[in-house]
Structure formats: structure tokens, C-alpha cells
Design a protein around this ligand. Sequence first.
Ligand SMILES: [Zn+2]
Ligand SMILES: [Zn+2]
Length: 341
Amino acid sequence: MRAMVLHNITRLEDNQTPLQIEEFPMPVPKEKEVLVKVSVCGVCHTELDEIEGRTPPPRFPVILGHQVVGTVEKQGERATKFKTGDRVGIAWIHSACGKCTHCRNGNDNLCDQFQATGRDTHGGYAEYTTVSEDYAFPIPELFSDLEAAPLLCAGTIGYRSLRLTNMRDGDILGLVGFGASAHLVIQMARHRYPHSKIFVFARTEGERAFARDLGAVWAGGIDEKPPEKMNCAIDTTPVWKPIVEALGNLAPGGRLVINAIRKENIDRDALLKLEYPHHLWHEKEIKSVANVARTDVSEFLQLAAKIPIKPEVQTFKLEEANTALLELKGSKIRGAKVLIL
Ligand SMILES: [Zn+2]
Ligand SMILES: [Zn+2]
């Protein structure tokens, strides 16, 4: 099968073609797994973290991609949940132990045997992939394959981060960074919390205009002051300064949820600007989001169909994955990037 393959950790500044198009052996579904013929695969900022080594794959070569939509081609032994031809999605969570306290409490995202699609196992930048039937998700009919792909990561992790804010209707929500995840979160937040104001902090005027289109009552730059203090905020940026700014803009008792798998080190000195009375006192909280649980994926897909959330997508061919990644690195974002197989 054709696949875009990563052979080693590299920096995009030095190497603009980190992935190579190659013939790769067809995967074989193991017990309770299904073989999926990939139709589309979303491109995520986490792929940059994998390529550049901030969350390195444990083995090479590896096929990235964890927002996979396709159809079941074949079932492994004892796999009974899906028929051949069923449409399924595969998300970042590829498997977990199923037995530990976290797994039993529905937080399989925190399991120490958590395996990530397209990092610990081969993902969807390829014609075929395999997944446990327990971690393959039926996709509501409302969505095309292209629309479903970004929902599987940006949407599900956005759903988890919104849940972790603990916000109530009427609370003011800040979205710090306005990429693939935030543009879905704003739609969820408006549906669930119709009396809440949403403020958006984004680097470019294009992103800010997009945020206003989607219902932000205020949109400004990362270091601009919003018109009111916020009860909660979700940070989706890859750096540190926006966190410091967001803490300063939180109301007493406010909570900042950091939705990032890793932070880049380029502006770590911004943390030295943290002043306890201004940024942390008054019972402000910081909480990170780690991965997604299986229930986040299935619950979010149902919610997205109900709202409905239709992501804006920009499409690329499989062999153009490097271009999509470079554009993502350069923040050329309006909606989500998706590879078509
Ligand atoms: Zn992702
Ligand atoms: Zn576990």
C-alpha cells in the first residue's frame, strides 16, 4: 500500500520533506481488530510534535495520522462489532489496558499503557490501517468523510477541554489560539452555553474575523485585554506567553485549561513574567488536557451531529502531506487540513 512514512526525528526548518511516499506492507488485523481502508485523514499539530521529537514515536519507520475515516475491509479473529463496508473513524486513542483504575473510571486517556494512533502504532497517512474494534467509532451519517476527520481529534479533544473547564451557562469563556480545535469548540460552547460570552485571542486578523463569524463577541490579539475578565479559558497555542496572558485575564476562581500535548521552548522565558498576585492568586486554577478517552470520541460525535458542527476543511492529496504540515507550522489555517487517499 502507499503511505507517507516518517523515518526519523527532524526539524521542519532544516527538512521540509520529513515524510516520504513509499510502498509499505499491508497491515494484518490481529485478534479483535479490524482492517480499515482509509478514505481521508486529518492533519494535526501533534504530527509536528512527533516529527520534531516533542512527543517522539517509539519506533521508526512510522506512519502518522490520527483522524482517520474509512471503511472496514476485513475483520480479525473474534472481531464482531463491524461488518465489511461499515464506515468508522479512528482517533488519537488507539488502545489502553482496560483494567487499571483510570480505564475502569472512563479515563482510559490517562492509562499508563495508553497507545496513540500514528505514534505508538501506524496511523492514517496510508491506504490501510488496523485498529481494535473497541476503538473504531461509527460516524453519524450526517457527516461526509471529510467533515468527520477533523471532528476525530480537534473536535474530540476540544470536547474534553470544554468539559474540563467546568463552565456553566453564562460564564465567560476565552479561547486562546484559534485553530482547528478552537473553531469547533466555539460551536459546541455556543450550543451548550447559549448565555455565555466567548472571547477569542488569535494571532492573525483572518483568524479573528473567522472567530467573529462563528459567534465570538470579542476577538483580539494574544496580548490585548478583553472587555471583561473570563471565568474560564482554553489555551490551544504551542507556546507559553499566551498562558501567562490568559491567567492575567481570568476572573477570581477562574480555570485555565491547557489543551496542548507539548509546549515549544522558544518563549519559555515568558513564564518569568508570572506574578503570583496578578496571575495565580484568587484561587485560579490551571488544568491540562491529556489525550482523549474513548467516551469523549463517541459522545462528541453524537453532539456534533446534533448541533450540527460542520468543520471547514482544506484538502490535500496524500503525497502533499508535507505541504499541509508546513502550512500548519506557518499557521496558515482556516479550518482543518485533511488528506484524501
Ligand atoms: Zn490531533
Ligand atoms: Zn488502563
